[in-house]
Design a protein around this ligand. Structure first.
Ligand SMILES: Nc1nc2c([nH]c(=O)n2[C@@H]2O[C@H](COP(=O)(O)OP(=O)(O)OP(=O)(O)O)[C@@H](O)[C@H]2O)c(=O)[nH]1
Length: 135
């Protein structure tokens, strides 16, 4: 099966909270929590895709700091390679254009959320990367 590259943004604020968005009831994986992002278009870098998607979905201007390990996951209808980037905000105010809701979440509370399946290893990886700062 074809593997679709999907980027997602782990946007961290000054309080080290992470922006988590909830997929709308009309989207695939309805009401699941995810990191905002979307499919990489032909000729687009993952980083450029993410900047574009976050502007489109949330009206936020972001910069990508670094890429984290990706996770390939098969749903019944699609196999995705989910590519996370740690990101910061450089402009804009959150406007929900596609999602049902958003929340700024402390790292310690991330794992308890009802994530899209592909995101769970990404969340765990992120928690490992910040563990030193939490202790
Ligand atoms: N954006 C995003 N998509 C995710 C995440 N986790 C995850 O399984 N996905 C899946 O990745 C696929 C593509 O995401 P998307 O629907 O947001 O992408 P898009 O806006 O470019 O798609 P579209 O234009 O076809 O609607 C969906 O099947 C979605 O369920 C995540 O954390 N962020």
């Amino acid at each position: 099966m074809k593997i679709i590259d999907v980027t997602c943004a782990i946007i961290v604020n000054a309080d080290q909270q992470v922006l988590v968005t909830q997929r709308s009831a009309a989207m695939k994986l309805p009401l699941k929590m995810e990191f905002p992002g979307g499919k990489v278009e032909p000729g687009e870098t993952p980083s450029a895709c993410l900047v574009r998607e976050i502007k489109e979905e949330l009206n936020l201007d972001i910069f990508t700091l670094f890429e984290m390990p990706s996770n390939t996951h098969s749903y019944p209808d699609i196999t995705i390679n989910l590519i996370p980037f740690i990101c910061g905000i450089c402009g804009g105010n959150i406007e929900l254009r596609e999602h049902a809701s958003f929340m700024w979440t402390d790292a310690a509370d991330l794992l308890a959320l009802d994530w899209a399946e592909a995101d769970v290893p990404i969340v765990k990886n992120y928690l490992c990367s910040v563990k030193g700062q939490l202790l």
